[in-house]
Design a protein around this ligand. Structure first.
Ligand SMILES: Cc1ncc(COP(=O)(O)O)c(C=O)c1O
Length: 389
């Protein structure tokens, strides 16, 4: 089955719901059993079937089945947010004395979780240069349990050599965990590239409409799935029923939306790269991007999220550019139908590989508006910037 067909069918079982195309939303905490024998049988397989609302419902099982099929993994676990998927996975895998190799371009709250929570538990994190491929071997220790990748980084858009990193990690006995939110399962197949656990902030492209928080963890093997599912269940963090439904609903149109995000994002990125006010555009699908070769080798597409560096200009000029935009919201998210823009100069925190820029940096999430309207809006923004500079 091709991806576009799989995305329509995976996880759907109309025969179980009187023929309804989509599963209903199960509003449930309590589940009752017909007999004590059935109750005891359920305890032997705690995560299969309905036992208690927190462990999952037919709606969450459907979403998990669909995402696991698309990612190409064994099975998935849904969580209350993308960050909960990240922290739930790290908590499941790590214990006191372990060591984590964390990519320096990682989503900031993941960095903070390592620096605060993991450190408090006696787990050490070493941040590494995203551009290290097989050379990551020099940072591996006998106690390195997790090598975490996020490619491209969601602020600097550096592309990682994941197969090379995974080969080194596995040789050292470590588990490779990837934040695959930028590419989604449609544009990057994590398990073919050596990843063991793939994480999605479902909040972004899977939900796709900026109206729900959701995370999904997909594991390569049954063993890893049991470790992660048990730990997430013990933590008490589960995805809400409505959110899971919105994730499932968004998923069905992910491929058409993503194709449009890609096309419009490339139109904006190409236009911006020709503008005199722009020093460089950070978009791995542009041939001149430093990550382009790796992106072309490993990815099958690009979403509409990318960065740009302006030529040096004042904060007031940047504010004039941003404040008057009609079609770009100022918001810290992405993946929804609407375009967003944020300044990123202050948000890029690096400790292993310095990030050098001359001018202010911005991030654009290209929504589903007509790209010519978006370009016209940005052009007016540059006029305001020039008038203020
Ligand atoms: C790359 C990346 N991963 C994970 C997350 C966390 O997702 P959530 O906001 O659903 O917790 C985000 C959110 O912005 C993100 O950008």
């Amino acid at each position: 089955m091709k991806k576009d067909t799989k995305i329509v069918h995976a996880g759907r079982h109309p025969e179980q719901y009187l023929g309804a195309v989509n599963p209903p939303v199960y509003h449930v905490s309590t589940v009752t059993y017909p007999t004590i024998a059935a109750m005891t049988a359920g305890e032997r397989k705690p995560f299969d079937g309905m036992r208690y609302g927190r462990f999952g419902t037919p709606t969450s099982f459907a979403l998990e089945e669909a995402v696991a099929a698309l990612e190409g993994g064994y099975r998935s676990v849904s969580t209350a947010s993308g960050l909960a998927a990240i922290t739930g996975t790290l908590t499941a895998l790590l214990k006191t004395g372990d060591h984590v190799l964390m990519v320096d371009s990682v989503y900031f709250p993941t960095r903070r979780f390592c620096q605060d929570q993991l450190k408090r538990c006696g787990i050490e994190t070493t941040f590494y240069d995203p551009l290290l491929g097989a050379d990551i071997a020099s940072l591996m220790r006998p106690e390195t349990r997790v090598v975490f990748v996020e490619s491209p980084g969601s602020l600097t858009f550096e592309v990682q050599d994941i197969p090379a990193i995974a080969a080194v990690a596995h040789a050292g006995g470590a588990i490779v965990v990837m934040d695959n939110t930028w590419a989604t399962p449609l544009f990057f197949q994590p398990f073919d590239k050596g990843v063991d656990i793939s994480l999605q902030a479902g909040t972004k492209f899977i939900v796709g409409h900026s109206d729900a928080m959701l995370g999904i963890i997909t594991c390569a093997t049954e063993e890893l799935w049991h470790i992660v599912k048990s730990s997430v269940a013990q933590s008490g963090v589960c995805a809400g029923s409505e959110e899971v439904f919105l994730g499932l609903r968004g998923l069905r149109t992910l491929s058409v939306r993503l194709r449009q995000h890609q096309e419009s994002g490339l139109a904006l990125a190409s236009w911006l790269s020709q503008r005199p006010e722009v020093r460089r555009v950070m978009h791995p699908a542009l041939p001149e991007d430093p990550g382009h070769t790796l992106w072309k080798r490993d990815f099958t597409g690009a979403c509409g999220l990318f960065g740009l560096e302006l030529k040096p200009c004042s904060e007031v000029a940047v504010a004039a550019f941003l404040d008057g935009l009609a079609h770009f919201g100022l918001g810290y998210s992405w993946g929804g139908f609407e375009s967003l823009i944020i300044p990123t100069t202050e948000g890029i925190r690096r400790t292993a590989a310095p990030w050098q820029t001359e001018g202010p940096t911005l991030r654009i999430h290209t929504g589903l508006e007509d790209p010519s309207d978006l370009i016209a809006d940005l052009a007016l923004g540059f006029e305001r910037l020039a008038a203020t500079a």
